[in-house]
Design a protein around this ligand. Structure first.
Ligand SMILES: O=P(O)(O)O[C@@H]1C[C@H](O)[C@@H](CO)O1
Ligand SMILES: O=c1cc[nH]c(=O)[nH]1
Length: 339
């Protein structure tokens, strides 16, 4: 029986997000610089207190598209004549959209970019007193022995040497943080893959690198000092060790959410099979459709979660099917005050 059918739901909310930094208590305000938000300048509780899901992916366009998909799926309406607002547009760094209880945010490329975003989003959750949020990364990746268009739910994020740690240099010392992802969430997501989906959805290990070219064993960058044989030996070693895909954010995403006690999942589509080549040569329309596959899966999860609790929004603006009125307020309409 899947968790969606269980009588007693273990997913009932229990605690607000905590930060592991006592210095924040001593600050009169906290400026979330890269989000163009702050605890002094914005009522973060009113704006974000109802958030339940935080979804991140590389590009602003993908996350805007995901926000519009969610609006459709959960019948979330904004006033006629208006559009979804990019809440962080004045940061000129990340884009953030809010659709009822779901935040959709672009994280840019690579671990430093997603790491900075996670610090500020975790603090945002803390200031807003958000209760037990679930974080998703919906991304793209290179497959290992899997055709383009395959959806992979990461069961573990590891570095290029297959270590399940994020290594950070803090005050000149190396600090390791375990990159742990929630097992149950992975299987819940997997259970939402439909037999009719014209592509496979698999669970597997994800290698996270700090580079797209040499770091992922590509021979088509500006530099390359290894041979085809050495590259294939490495990629085959990854395959042998259960690695299904390679991307650039999962390690920091898993390590920092785990450090904050936040449940998280990484769902990526493959854009090619790295055992067959390096260049991403598929037409744009094909790549666009593939990029939507992780979105569909996560959308199914969110929709089921909300439906199960009678929280799918009603079909008219500003109204919610309220079982839990303290949460899931509509704050999108307040976007004017975000400026
Ligand atoms: O979420 P995205 O599609 O940006 O993830 C991967 C990893 C890098 O950010 C990027 C490289 O093309 O795609
Ligand atoms: O090969 C790929 C494709 C997308 N993203 C990556 O990081 N690697």
């Amino acid at each position: 029986m899947s968790f969606f059918q269980e009588e007693n739901d273990e997913y009932e909310d229990v605690s607000t997000v905590m930060v592991r930094n006592s210095h924040l208590d001593l600050m009169d305000q906290d400026i979330l610089y890269h989000l163009a938000l702050g605890s002094g300048s914005h009522d973060l509780r009113a704006m974000f207190g109802d958030v339940k899901f935080v979804c991140m992916g590389g590009t602003p366009k993908r996350m805007e598209q995901f926000a519009y998909r969610l609006m459709e799926e959960i019948s979330y309406k904004i006033p006629t004549g208006t559009t979804l607002q990019d809440i962080s547009r004045y940061s000129y760094r990340y884009s953030m959209y809010k659709v009822g209880p779901v935040l959709c945010i672009s994280h840019g490329m690579g671990m430093p970019s997603v790491g900075i975003l996670l610090h500020e989003i975790i603090k945002l959750m803390f200031h807003a007193k958000v209760v037990d949020p679930v974080f998703f990364r919906i991304g793209t990746s290179g497959g290992i022995g899997l055709e383009g268009g395959t959806v992979i739910i990461s069961d573990e994020a590891v570095d290029g040497t297959l270590q399940p740690f994020l290594e950070l240099q803090i005050l000149g010392k190396t600090v390791k943080r375990s990159s742990v992802l929630d097992k149950k969430l992975q299987w819940e997501l997997k259970s939402l893959a439909e037999p009719d989906d014209p592509y496979p959805t698999v669970i597997g290990k994800t290698v996270c690198t700090s580079d797209f070219y040499e770091g992922q064993g590509r021979m088509d960058g500006a530099f390359c000092d290894f041979t085809e044989e050495e590259k294939m030996e490495y990629l085959e070693k990854l395959k042998f060790n259960g690695v299904r895909n390679i991307e650039m954010e999962s390690l920091a995403f898993a390590a920092l959410t785990h450090h904050a006690g936040i449940k998280a999942a990484v769902v990526c589509v493959t854009l090619l099979d790295r055992l067959k080549g390096d260049q991403i040569h598929y037409p744009k329309e094909v790549l666009d459709e593939w990029q939507q596959r992780p979105q569909k899966l996560v959308c199914r999860y969110i929709k089921k979660y909300l439906s199960k609790r009678g929280l799918i929004l009603n079909n008219h603006c500003g109204s919610v099917n309220v079982k839990s009125p303290r949460r899931f307020k509509l704050v999108q309409q307040e976007s004017e005050s975000y400026d």
